[in-house]
Design a protein around this ligand. Structure first.
Ligand code: F6R
Length: 650
């Protein structure tokens, strides 16, 4: 999770930025950098590894080069005497390796514009080619570097820094948070948010301003903040703050006052942790993808999936990270939401890598005397890494000679220690008891695993035409669009409140889906029941006629996942059957599907996407519907009754 800190005001920007970055350190990063304005223009320092490396670099550079002494004192900025301005960043690699050159901030060639960014610029290849044709020379492999070159190009055509920054940000596709500074207009920072891959919070102090990706980075200096929404940019000056839409239209923002305690600071602009965690899913997925996919070639690197190399039966990789033993079969073991993710993973791994997958409850697996043999993998999916039933199922696999892998969020957890292959979800801390972002990131992890297996399949399975290496490269490239698609689903939408108002008093809900979206029906039902205490059942839609159809009458809301996929027509006929019995249909459908608008009573739309990615998208309306309903009922959303975040007993 990259961290962003910016400062403008009378205090020492360097120490405020370093301190803020340190407060965001727990989110993880692989390199760091800072840009501050000194008497000789923008001064940048970057270093791979921990912030202490950056500090060391700054100390060394200070003794070698006089301008750095300015960093530790107030220094004059033209037109703004006595002010200090700078930006800093902790990077977690997406485009390009972990190198000093790839660390942020990035500069234009003249070194007059510095930029830090969180997210994925989906159209960076087109922009890079365009800029190269104009003569820009790139010094890093990052997507971020297109921004300072683009601003530079616009400024050379006569635009002011502010106008050029707005124009450049307006050309970025995807979900991004960006902060820029320019030595030619040194009295301001420009900060912008596109989508939800990174937040921007601006702290307001007397005669000074702070910019951060997360409130804990600045809350020690000020509790009065504003949060930028999708499509907004701020012109941040020490004694003035202006927020505009990217088209220039002014926006009125009311400041929030954040409580001083770390919990409230972490919750930021959200009412509950669950709400925050739903809304940070574009960012969580960006982190899940970081460094694991080359978006130009579609290659997924096994190395970065952290499938550890060990000796013995369970070793699937050699030390060059090429596959020694392709898993013959995978048994996925998990509980609750993680099991639903496993059911989606079965579709992904079987479809893309052609490895047979069975999915079982952690609590059932060891009691059914499973058929386990050497050469197969037991894959435990668990956000906490401490779920007793899942751990017991993984132990069963290990005792009987299978390789044991885990997809896990909690670093250092028991699941991780027990497994010889680990793929982290990288969702960041999930505080709400109800799993949301860990569900979505564990699906993405399985998508990556499926592509990695297909791409690294031994020749034999290529030759038999089983795995789909070629298709897997194209499928992996699609992942670059995922944070942007998720962001679209996180836009304000009155439908959720409307549905909560209309149906919060129902005692029962039915959820239906087919194909890859049948586990989403299960998950939708689980979300609703666990936080609102409304009884809900999830079913594969084709099963409805074998029993649940008896429940349908004019009081029964039926949530149907009916996106434009290979089972769309089948879902439409299920919807007809529900309507024929006077049920109330709430459809989750693809944008632009006019037909379903006529069939369903309510429609929530998701953006069009490749079929294998649709469950990541359809999961989000399920979460938002459950959340709004529970809030409407006044339930304790973050700590629902009888539930715990880690279930460490059998
Ligand atoms: C539902 C939920 C639970 C967990 C289950 C497994 O929102 O949170 O159903 O999914 O207890 O937990 P982990 O993933 O920690 O093994």
């Amino acid at each position: 999770m990259c961290g962003i800190i910016g400062y403008i005001g009378p205090r020492n920007a360097t120490s405020i930025i370093l301190n803020g970055l340190r407060r965001l350190e727990y989110r993880g990063y692989d390199s760091a950098g800072i840009a501050v304005l000194g008497a000789r223009g923008i001064h940048v320092e970057r270093a791979v590894g921990k912030l202490s490396n950056l500090e060391l670099r700054m100390q060394n550079s200070e003794s070698a080069r006089p301008p750095l002494s300015i960093l530790n004192s107030q220094f004059p900025i033209p037109n703004s005497p006595g002010f200090s301005i700078g930006i800093g960043h902790t990077r977690w690699a997406t485009h390009g390796g972990v190198t000093e050159n790839n660390a942020h901030p990035h500069l234009n060639e003249a070194g007059t514009i510095a930029v830090i960014q969180n997210g994925i610029i989906e159209n960076f290849i087109e922009l890079k080619h365009e800029l190269q044709a104009e003569g820009a020379r790139f010094r890093s492999e990052t997507d971020t570097e297109v921004i300072p070159h683009l601003v530079d190009l616009y400024m050379r055509s006569g635009m002011s820094f502010t106008r050029a920054a707005f124009a450049a940000i307006g050309r970025l596709q995807g979900s991004n948070a960006v902060v820029l500074m320019c030595s030619q207009e040194p009295d301001k920072l420009i900060a912008a948010r596109l989508g939800n891959a990174g937040g921007i919070v601006i702290g307001i102090g007397p005669g000074e301003k702070f910019v951060a990706s997360d409130a804990p980075g600045i809350v020690e200096h000020t509790r009065t903040v504003i949060f930028l929404d999708d499509g907004e940019a701020a012109i941040v000056q020490a004694d003035h703050l202006e927020v505009r839409r990217l088209n220039g239209a002014p926006v009125e923002k009311s400041p929030h006052v954040i409580a001083w305690d770390p919990v409230s600071a972490e919750k930021g602009e959200y009412r509950h942790f669950m709400q925050k965690e739903i809304f940070e899913q574009a960012r969580a997925v960006t982190d899940t993808l970081r460094g694991r996919v080359n978006f130009e070639t579609g290659e997924v690197t096994l190395e970065n999936l952290e499938l550890r190399v060990e000796n013995g039966e369970s070793s699937f990789l050699n030390s060059q990270f090429s596959i020694l033993n392709f898993p013959k079969r995978i048994h996925t073991v998990a509980c609750g939401t993680s099991k639903h993710a496993g059911l989606i993973g079965k579709f992904l791994i079987e479809r893309i890598a052609r490895v047979p997958v069975e999915v079982d409850y952690g609590s059932e697996y060891r009691y059914r005397d499973p058929l386990i043999e050497a050469g197969m993998v037991v894959l435990g999916i668990t956000q906490s890494g401490e779920t007793a039933d899942t751990l017991a199922a993984m132990s069963t696999g290990r005792e009987r000679g299978a390789g044991v892998w885990t997809i896990v969020n909690a670093i250092g957890s028991q699941a991780e220690r027990m497994a010889n292959g680990v793929i982290h979800m990288r969702a960041g801390p999930e505080i709400g008891v109800c799993s949301t972002k860990t569900f979505v990131t564990s699906i993405v992890d399985q998508y990556l695993l499926a592509c990695a297996l297909a791409q690294h399949a031994p020749q034999a399975s290529d030759a038999s035409g089983e795995a789909q290496p070629a298709a897997s490269y194209a499928l992996a490239r699609e992942l670059a669009h995922l944070p942007g698609l998720i962001s679209q689903l996180l836009a304000p939408d009155p439908i959720y409140e409307e549905l909560a108002n209309r149906f919060h008093d129902r005692r029962h809900f039915l959820f239906l889906g087919r194909g890859m979206n049948y586990p989403i029906a299960l998950e939708g039902a689980l979300k609703l029941k666990e936080i609102s205490y409304i009884h809900a059942e999830g079913y594969p839609a084709g099963e409805m006629k074998h029993g649940p159809i008896a429940l349908i009458d004019e009081t029964m809301p039926v949530v149907c996942v009916a996106v434009k996929d290979s089972v769309y027509d089948k879902m439409i006929s299920q919807i007809e059957q529900v309507k024929a019995r006077s049920g109330i249909v709430i459809a989750i459908a693809t944008e632009g599907d006019d037909f379903i608008q006529r069939k369903a009573d309510y429609v929530i739309t998701v953006p069009p996407a490749p079929e294998l990615l649709t469950p990541v998208l359809t999961a989000i309306p399920m979460q938002r519907l459950a959340y709004e309903t529970a809030v409407r009922l006044g339930c304790d959303v973050d700590q629902p009754r009888n539930l715990a975040k880690s279930v460490t007993v059998e």
